[in-house]
Design a protein around this ligand. Structure first.
Ligand SMILES: Nc1ncnc2c1ncn2[C@@H]1O[C@H](COP(=O)(O)OP(=O)(O)OP(=O)(O)O)[C@@H](O)[C@H]1O
Ligand code: SF4
Ligand SMILES: [Mg+2]
Length: 407
């Protein structure tokens, strides 16, 4: 059954930065979805939007269906109940998220007391169980955060995320800043918890290799959009979108001497979400961009079994060759290929071409819309109440604030 169904999620910060733009994602219980992409592509924004943890004034549209219930349409009381108990977040930089002046046992017990209405003795017992579940002795409940190593603190954060038996865990860079041995331990721990408790996991990282190793499916984001999505190993080893390919190629692979001695990177910087390039937002950095790419805004389309990618070069077998031939040919011979599946017609800017004609008939084909305008899905959800606007004055904005202060 679908545990999380994100539909056309769009997040715009108060200053106008479109950090997430029309994202669709699905996750079943017991499965692990990886979310990758360069710094600033919108991973954390997406994660925080799932539980409406973004600052007031942030505009969120679309749907976030958690077990079929739309988190974005919930009243605040219901949102508070869903946080921790329905879904919980292991925050980015979790090692610094613990309160330095409270014992870790008290910090883990807080949501149990608050959400489960447990007695003090019951919360203490559950805290001990949780610590042991993440590989720490129950007696460490009396420790202060500074008495633990980085890996142990990360385990405490995972124990906290599990405190109210959530169905979904969103882990934002849970192993960043940990050494490789501890990273491997934490990843195995997360995998085991997901399998044992039939949880859903959304794991965020810029490290494709880690996600490919841990997750079932992988979504690669660029400039607020998912540009490729599919089975994790396939996306990592044989990415179809040029950006996902570049990201995967940036990681040297064991046994591949070429990648060790000539690691490939990607020139240029990620775009400013407040001033995105026209057409395909990747075109200024794309090593294989076509002349039409500054105008075409490709949506996700089928890129193989259970795979999707948002690039004009992606399509049925032969699409890339056909597209390149057509783009390289200045003669109107391209007209003759308009009916060829996957062909791309090079044409003057603004003139309707084969792609648009095909999109009227073929599911998954490209839709063209003028740069800067909103797509159909975004328009559909423009009236959906967002999170920031709904939060009454004084309502907590983060899980940390939602917790009562411990005496
Ligand atoms: N509170 C905010 N107000 C305005 N813009 C923001 C805010 N938080 C993030 N942004 C912008 O939104 C974009 C996405 O940020 P986000 O933190 O989601 O990126 P990320 O993919 O998680 O990056 P990283 O890998 O560095 O954690 C960035 O351009 C960032 O500057
Ligand atoms: S649509 Fe064009 S610019 Fe965008 S990734 Fe594909 S080839 Fe590159
Ligand atoms: Mg982040």
């Amino acid at each position: 059954m679908t545990l999380l169904d994100v539909r056309n999620l769009t997040v715009t910060y108060a200053g106008g930065a479109a950090a997430v733009r029309g994202v669709d994602l699905r996750l079943d219980a017991g499965r692990k979805l990886g979310l990758a992409g360069e710094s600033g592509c919108g991973k954390s924004t997406l994660a925080l939007a799932l539980l409406r943890l973004l600052p007031a004034g942030t505009r969120i549209t679309g749907e976030v269906l958690l077990d079929g219930e739309d988190v974005l349409a919930m009243k605040w009381g219901r949102v508070r109940a869903v946080r921790w108990a329905g879904a919980s977040v292991v925050f980015q930089g979790a090692m610094h998220s613990l309160n330095a002046v409270h014992r870790i046992g008290d910090q883990i017990a807080e949501p149990i007391l608050l959400h489960r209405k447990a007695t003090a003795a019951g919360a203490k017992r559950k805290t001990g169980e949780l610590l042991e579940q993440v590989g720490l002795p129950a007696a460490r409940a009396d420790a202060y955060p500074h008495e633990l190593s980085g890996g142990q603190r990360q385990r405490v954060m995972i124990a906290m995320a599990l405190a109210c038996d959530p169905r979904l865990i969103i882990a934002d860079e849970p192993t960043t800043a940990l050494d490789v041995m501890i990273q491997a331990q934490i990843l195995r721990l997360i995998e085991q918890l997901v399998a044992d408790q039939d949880l859903g996991l959304v794991m965020i990282s810029h490290d494709l290799a880690v996600l490919a190793d841990t997750c079932d499916r992988l979504a690669v984001m660029y400039a607020g959009r998912v540009v490729e999505e599919g089975p994790a190993r396939q996306v990592y080893e044989d990415a179809r979108h040029p950006y996902a390919r570049a990201l995967a190629a940036a990681f040297p692979r064991i046994g591949d001497a070429a990648s060790r001695f000539a690691p490939r990177g990607l020139a240029g910087d990620p775009p400013d979400p407040a001033a995105l390039p026209s057409g395909c937002t990747f075109h200024p950095r794309c090593p294989v961009a076509l002349e039409s790419c500054p105008e075409e805004d490709p949506v996700l389309r089928a890129a193989g079994p259970e795979r999707r990618a948002a690039c004009v070069l992606v399509g049925p077998p032969g699409a890339e060759a056909g597209a390149r031939r057509a783009a390289a040919d200045p003669e109107p011979r391209a007209k003759g290929s308009a009916g060829t599946p996957g062909a791309l017609v090079k044409r003057p800017v603004g003139e309707p071409g084969a792609l648009e004609r095909r999109s009227a008939e073929e599911p998954g084909a490209l839709e063209k819309r003028p740069a800067g305008t909103r797509g159909a899905g975004e328009q559909r959800s423009a009236g959906t109440p967002g999170a920031g606007e709904q939060r009454p004055a004084g309502e907590p904005e983060t899980l940390e604030e939602a917790r009562p202060s411990t005496p």
